[in-house]
Ligand binder design. Sequence first.
Ligand code: XMP
Length: 513
Amino acid sequence: MAKNLILIMDFGSQYTQLIARRVRENNVFSLIVPYNITASEIKNLAPKGLILSGGPANTYRKVSPKPDKSILKLKIPMLGICYGMQVVAQLLGGKVKFSKGREYGRAELFIDEQKDLFKGLAANLTCWMSHGDYLTKLPKGFRTIGHTLNAPIAAIADKKRAIYGVQFHPEVIHTQSGDKIVSNFLFRICKCSSNWRMASFIKDTVAKIKKEVGKKRVICGLSGGVDSAVTALLIHKAIGRRLRCIFIDNGLLRKNELQQVKKTFLEHFKMNLVCIDSRQRFLNRLKGITDPEEKRKIIGNEFIKVFEDKAKKLKGVNFLAQGTLYPDVIESVPAFGGPTAKIKTHHNVGGLPLKMKLKLIEPLRDLFKDEVRNIGKRLGLIENILMRQPFPGPGLAIRILGDVTDERLSILREADERLLDEIKKADLYDQIWQSFAVLLPIKTVGVMGDARTYENVVAIRCVTSVDGMTADWATVPYEVLAKISNRIINEVKGVNRVTYDISSKPPATIEWE
Ligand code: XMP
């Protein structure tokens, strides 16, 4: 794999992960590394090419992030994007200046040389710009290969040293032929071959797990989501029933979730799975607790205790499998700013304790979510799990505002099921990041038949998002909202009012607690 590796040096761009994915879409393996990686570390990894990402800094400021100068001596082909182009150009004697005519959004790019990086492109195309600084003087040995009305030097090349730079963002979908530019860099300039394929990933990973685990045993916590499911399937393929999966029913699951897990993993895949009924244990611990952070802590700790208790009883277990994905492990050095403020304590199956002194197996730690889904599909995972919307570790407890009781759980479960059913029927499930119901801690007056009611309020939350970090409320058609509301009020006992949440994140969060 290293023979065909592209490194992406991260200067803090919001698009860094997108660059990595664009490279992988060409079946070339890519890794994101911090901008300050040293030249000797790069040499050890022996990449075929370097891509320097964009970033929010200004190269002419003292505090701006700069790469190790010696990378220029490595003779590895380079592509600088936006800030990445400016920083390389400046290192080589070019000049970058602030300009009042900032360019954000679409711009027309005129290609001056339709070869190498721009081979096969139209003479002019739309590109995506996001910058205030400009390259005003070319470094020695470079030529201008593209310009826009506002940026006379919008793309540069030094063919001899195989160093290229573009002021615009080829990784963004709005740049016409952006994919062609990326593939030209990979195949024409870096001479990569395209051998990063999911089928070979499965084969290699299974062989690796077999070798590492030998005759020993592995445990894996299943959550019902795609990451832990694919982790388990890969390991199961390697060591069969020496993988023991644990599913904890904490009583905070949605309707039919336990049944689906059993059906999929026990009946279909014939895995070695234990489902632990801990419903009462969690409910007892949550009694009277209304503070969201306290709920999260209790659920997280209790989860760990149940898992540890079970794991201790299993003899001869040496490994713990986790569904960690690549975005969780990317080692970024923040180009600016301090640590981000803690908003909520997140808990998930991936964050299990290591007091048990088990060795970790994380077969998905190099993969993005879409790649994990691709593997899941190849391993025969059902669509319901494969395309499942994210569901938080603390489950319905953080969607019941106030006291979590059996009765309130049951109301929310029924309401949530009606909502999901209508969203799926309207073909909206895959377009929406998350759609769920929230039970509010208030009652309102209503009228049913001729009688007065005084019952619960359910809020509907549907959001669109790319990564859950920011989100917008989804513009679900009124007719669908009407159906959801009708069904919940008519079919779920104890609810007489439904509202729709129209807050974006920020300032709201996706979950209500
Ligand atoms: P918030 O509410 O912070 O949620 O905007 C962002 C995304 O994270 C999910 N979420 C969690 N996922 N454990 C998880 O595995 C958690 O404790 C947790 N809390 C929130 C939330 O559903 C959304 O997708």
